[in-house]
Structure formats: structure tokens, C-alpha cells
Write a protein that binds this ligand. Sequence first.
Ligand SMILES: [Ca+2]
Ligand SMILES: [Ca+2]
Ligand SMILES: [Zn+2]
Length: 310
Amino acid sequence: MRLTRPVRSLTIAAAAAVAATAVAAGTAAPASARVADREAGCVAEGSGPAAAARGGFAGVDHREVTARQQAAIERRTQRLLDQRGSLRAGATVTVPVYVHVMRDNQGRGDVTNTQINQQITVLNKTFAGGESSAAANTGFQFTLAGVDRFNNTTWHNDRQSASYRKQTRQGGANALNIWLVDFDYLGIATFPWDYKKNPGIDGIRVHYASLPGGSIANYNLGETATHEAGHWFGLYHTFQGGCTTTNDEVADTPAQGGPTTGCPEGADTCSLPGLDPIHNYMDYSYDSCYTQFTPNQATRTQQMWAAYRA
Ligand SMILES: [Ca+2]
Ligand SMILES: [Ca+2]
Ligand SMILES: [Zn+2]
């Protein structure tokens, strides 16, 4: 945790502790709302874009998943894949994207259509493996299906988020809804295995100033949306579970003791094989440090799609 710079670092904590800390840190939604959403948030220090963070010191940007729940999710996913079959290898899926610009009553928090188009371009580039020769092409492409804008300070501050999402969400399980808001996080995501029981809130909430050209230093290349979309496709943080062999359920992402801040080349926080995957979109590194999803992450996104979103 740093007080003066944006950080994404955190330690794993129980949902209740996360929510309580979120309140202490002045986040917009009450603890009960976040728990009710079955999400935990990235907890940031301070407030506003300067202090926004992908991760804070005691939370994650999705609902907390215990090791036991994680194992149950894996079993459920495998059962569904056994029933439905996996996606055809090499298949390309185009995901419709609905962008909801939640401005305040004075119109603050707007983004330009150019920024939105640039954000779609970043999603396409990052999910296609376009930032590194080591990066996998996930097979997912994105097309802008709609943009709407609201002037509502409550919604802009991400208050009553379950309500505003249910009122504005578009499309089915395959549609990526992105709500652009102003909160003490860089982003918060829902998981695909939660869609069925709560479809109205499915999607990602992203800080409007994290879009390409936004004002959040080190986090304004649009890769917060890539990270949150990774969760939406069913990827965990590369530091999920910490320095354990189970880790993030992905074999080719070396286990990490905890999240990365910045871009510390050569970092190795876990004695298990491999250096920390600091360039992975599912770590907490700077946008400029992010360059890849791995082949096994690509496979996992495809399996999750077949199980929950196809
Ligand atoms: Ca791993
Ligand atoms: Ca290691
Ligand atoms: Zn995350």
C-alpha cells in the first residue's frame, strides 16, 4: 500500500473485511451493497482519479472466492463443459459491447466517442495477443454495439450500482456491458458463473478516467477494461490463492505471493517455478507493463464462454 501513488497491490481478505475497509476508504457504495452484489471491490486510498487503483490493500475487484468455492466453481464448470462441449479450437467469437457513460448531474465524467472507440481497439488488441510475441490470441473480438449517456450524480459515483445496472444493462449473457463511473477503484467485475443467478448486474464497472487518454497516471491506456473483462471471461488474478500450486487454475502463469505494483522486472515473490507474471493482464501492474494473456488463460476464457456465455 502506498499513500501517494496509485497502487493495485493487495492482500487477500474476507469479503466482510474488504467491505468494511472499502467504507473506511470512503468508497461510494455501502458495505452491505457490495456484499449484496457478491462482489468485493478494489480498495483504494484516498479518493478521486489520482488515488484510484486497480487494487487496494485489502480487497479485490471482484467478489471474494474462497479456496473451497474456487474448487466448486471448477467442478461446476467441468460438468457444464461435459454437457455442452468446449468451443471449437481456433474459433473466433465476436462480443457485443455496450458502453454506459454515467456522467454526474453537471455532465462531468464524460468521455468522447473517440476514447470509446480507442477502448474497443485496446480490447481487440489485447485479447488478440497484439502486445507481445509471447501473448496468446484468445479468439475473442469486440464490436461496439451501443453507447448511452446519463446525467445522474448517484450513478456517476457508483451508488445504487445494482439498481442502475439492472436499469441500463443491454444484451444477453454474451454482451459485455461497461459502465464508466467515478469511484475509488479502477474497475470491478462480475464473473461468468454468477450470470445465471444475477444477470442484471453482469458486466464491468470501469473508472471513466482509465480509458485511453484518461487522467489516471499509469492506468490510462485502457487496460483496466482488459483486466476487468478478463474476470468477466472467468480469469482470476495471477496471484489468486497466493503462492500455491492451485493458484489461478491456470498452469502457465507462475504462482505469485501477491500482486505487482508498477513493473518490477525479475520479481519472484514465490519459490514455485517461474518469475512472477508481471506482464500478465491479470496482475496489478501498470498499464504500460501489461502485454499478455497466456495460452492457458486463452483456453480458460474459451471454456468459460462455452460453459456460461455461449
Ligand atoms: Ca498459475
Ligand atoms: Ca517463482
Ligand atoms: Zn482484478
